[in-house]
Design a binder for this molecule. Sequence first.
Ligand SMILES: *[C@@H]1O[C@H](CO)[C@@H](O)[C@H](O)[C@H]1NC(C)=O
Ligand SMILES: *[C@@H]1O[C@H](CO)[C@@H](O)[C@H](O)[C@H]1NC(C)=O
Ligand SMILES: *[C@@H]1O[C@H](CO)[C@@H](O)[C@H](O)[C@H]1NC(C)=O
Ligand SMILES: *[C@@H]1O[C@H](CO)[C@@H](O)[C@H](O)[C@H]1NC(C)=O
Ligand SMILES: *[C@@H]1O[C@H](CO)[C@@H](O)[C@H](O)[C@H]1NC(C)=O
Ligand SMILES: *[C@@H]1O[C@H](CO)[C@@H](O)[C@H](O)[C@H]1NC(C)=O
Ligand SMILES: *[C@@H]1O[C@H](CO)[C@@H](O)[C@H](O)[C@H]1NC(C)=O
Ligand SMILES: *[C@@H]1O[C@H](CO)[C@@H](O)[C@H](O)[C@H]1NC(C)=O
Ligand SMILES: *[C@@H]1O[C@H](CO)[C@@H](O)[C@H](O)[C@H]1NC(C)=O
Length: 638
Amino acid sequence: MHARRHAFLLAGGILVVLIFSLSKFLQTNFSLPSLTSRSKPSKHIFNPVSSISWDNYLNFTRELDFGNSTALFNSIRAALRQSASDIHPLGVSYFPAVIPRGTLMYHAGSKIPTSFEWLAMDHEFSYSFGLRLPSYGRKSLQKHRDDPGRGPGKGKIPGGKNSTHKNPDGPPRGPPRGPPGLVGSQKMLTYRATRDLNKFLYLDGASAAKTETGEMDTQELLSNVIGQKLNLSSDGEDGGMQERTFAARICEWGKPFGLDGIIRVEVGFEVVLCNFSSPAVELVSALEMVKPNEHLGLPPPTNISKENGWPLDDDGNLVEDKLTDDQMTLLDQEDLWQQVLENFYSVKGFNWLRAGAVHDSGERRIQLDYRHMVTGINRTIINPDPNNRRLLNGQITWDTQLKIVEDLEQAVSLGFDASKSTDWQIAFDEIASKFAPMLKMLSVTLNGTDTSSEDIAIKATAITLNFCLRFKQKEGIVNRYGSDKEFAVYQYVKPLKELVTNSDYLIWSASVNVARKIVDTIYNVNELLLPIVRTHVGEKGATSVEAAEAISKAQRDIDDLIENLGWIELHYRCEQACGLDEICYTPSWGPSPMGMTQPGTTNAGAGTHYDANRQRLVINSDLKCLSLNDLMGNSNRF
Ligand SMILES: *[C@@H]1O[C@H](CO)[C@@H](O)[C@H](O)[C@H]1NC(C)=O
Ligand SMILES: *[C@@H]1O[C@H](CO)[C@@H](O)[C@H](O)[C@H]1NC(C)=O
Ligand SMILES: *[C@@H]1O[C@H](CO)[C@@H](O)[C@H](O)[C@H]1NC(C)=O
Ligand SMILES: *[C@@H]1O[C@H](CO)[C@@H](O)[C@H](O)[C@H]1NC(C)=O
Ligand SMILES: *[C@@H]1O[C@H](CO)[C@@H](O)[C@H](O)[C@H]1NC(C)=O
Ligand SMILES: *[C@@H]1O[C@H](CO)[C@@H](O)[C@H](O)[C@H]1NC(C)=O
Ligand SMILES: *[C@@H]1O[C@H](CO)[C@@H](O)[C@H](O)[C@H]1NC(C)=O
Ligand SMILES: *[C@@H]1O[C@H](CO)[C@@H](O)[C@H](O)[C@H]1NC(C)=O
Ligand SMILES: *[C@@H]1O[C@H](CO)[C@@H](O)[C@H](O)[C@H]1NC(C)=O
């Protein structure tokens, strides 16, 4: 009863406001500025591209179906974002990237690299990979069993049992755990770009995961085509160094075009720099890494072996009751040291995770030039579901692969300049940030089971009518300017800059198709439900409708749209606002302080589950706040 009255007042209020604002609006002549007539007229002649405006923009879109449009839209939104790249791990595109002059990058390793090598964008990342960690006491007997970051220890094995994607040597690759006491010195190197490094290819998705589920397909495609083009033998490519082979080939291929290297995501973004001898980078710091145990004045760990008189059984396990008093005292002492060091190690891993999470909103030091983007989207069948597709899908023809590489050669030869490119991520974020809440509110409203159909229709149309009337011209007024649906779409997709390349048109067309589908759906829901409201307020001549049916149709349309858009914010959310001592944790694929989770297995790591339809692990939709305690294994939440 109360709800109905409230709804009636609400609907009445909406109408009053509407009539008031419309009458006010009409006191002045409605005149939209023509978007083209304002710009310099000469541009019209010399650059017809700039003539995209509200009344002709549909003439400039190119054919692209909705599935390809969402695939591209979502790829661009996830680009250079840590969390999004893990949630949508299967990238199918090559993004032209620039690392600006002055940018610092990091490498931890035993020597100063001379060939191609890895650089991390975050020093926490390199440090965590590079620092060798001796174990003391009883812990030292569990050699090599820990993962790189000493997570809660759920028995995840880096590289997987049969993986051919083992870590190539050199940080920030493989977990550098030497045997206790026998670890060589490690250097922590800082490099600086001495000029804009404007010939990088950024590979999207979880492109540094060491997997065989498609995350590395952009690298593999390049490597395969290069192998043929350069007549490279396939010798020595097994043996678990696949990603090193990819890197070697890509750098070899890129030499004539001046390719700087590739950029990938792990926990944090990392660069494969093709030539460390190039004057484009300079070393600005080379530290001999200080081991925390030595810094605390501790002696090296005791070598617990049979030869040294320790009671070990045939499996190498300690036989506790055969320890001498001296051995017991020594072990207890070392166990205490180990406990102290564990705290240090945990924070080290947590820092690395945080450095990754900092880039959930973007790795903004790297810039993208979308004008020369090369993608598999609209070249082959690409499932819009970014957890269930591959670039090397078994159907992509060799010719298509050759064409992709040819397009990359042309693009890299040009060199990139992000300042000349539209920042499509900004444009698409704006679209998604505005529509996502509206669609969610509609979905929740239409799903209201505890209220009447009229109530639902009133609340839902309060949302849709507010949208549609923003673009509505009053009946009977001559209007030669934009209005209604097509104009609504234009408001959201007006290009920020001139469209110049095919890639620009492809990307822009994707946004037109995405925005059009949303606007269509909102208009449809509005038209579907408005008659219910009209009847309710007793408007004469209002059609009587099957209210419940209309509402469930509207609900289906909105929920299908939400599903098909595949926007991360509509499906994934952190359980709560995390504290400053926590991070909103998105699991990643590949080496991590939380262990290595291989998507191709059923061995779900923290925050992931096996999806039988997609036959792989995927990330849970409720993301959790992670604290140091969780990393130290002191809680069972992960
Ligand atoms: C509206 O336009 C008409 C015709 O152009 C003009 O006569 C009238 O003065 C305009 N009214 C206002 C308020 O500008
Ligand atoms: C857009 O295309 C339509 C139909 O092809 C044509 O009638 C119209 O003149 C075009 N508009 C512009 C501004 O080019
Ligand atoms: C691992 O590889 C071996 C040899 O190729 C094969 O026999 C075995 O079945 C594989 N194991 C798994 C779990 O895939
Ligand atoms: C590769 O081999 C083919 C045929 O054997 C030859 O035509 C081509 O020039 C070779 N390319 C390179 C880069 O060596
Ligand atoms: C790296 O750059 C240096 C200096 O420009 C050049 O002499 C060398 O040939 C390059 N090495 C490779 C492998 O491209
Ligand atoms: C431990 O001692 C054994 C036997 O003396 C030796 O073979 C082994 O290399 C030593 N390990 C380390 C890490 O020093
Ligand atoms: C995308 O484009 C490709 C190539 O034109 C086409 O084969 C495919 O059906 C389109 N749609 C999807 C969802 O892949
Ligand atoms: C609709 O509401 C029901 C009951 O509250 C809930 O179980 C269901 O998940 C909701 N559906 C959607 C799409 O939100
Ligand atoms: C997508 O592919 C189709 C079929 O090859 C082509 O006609 C269309 O121009 C492509 N769309 C874009 C935006 O490149």
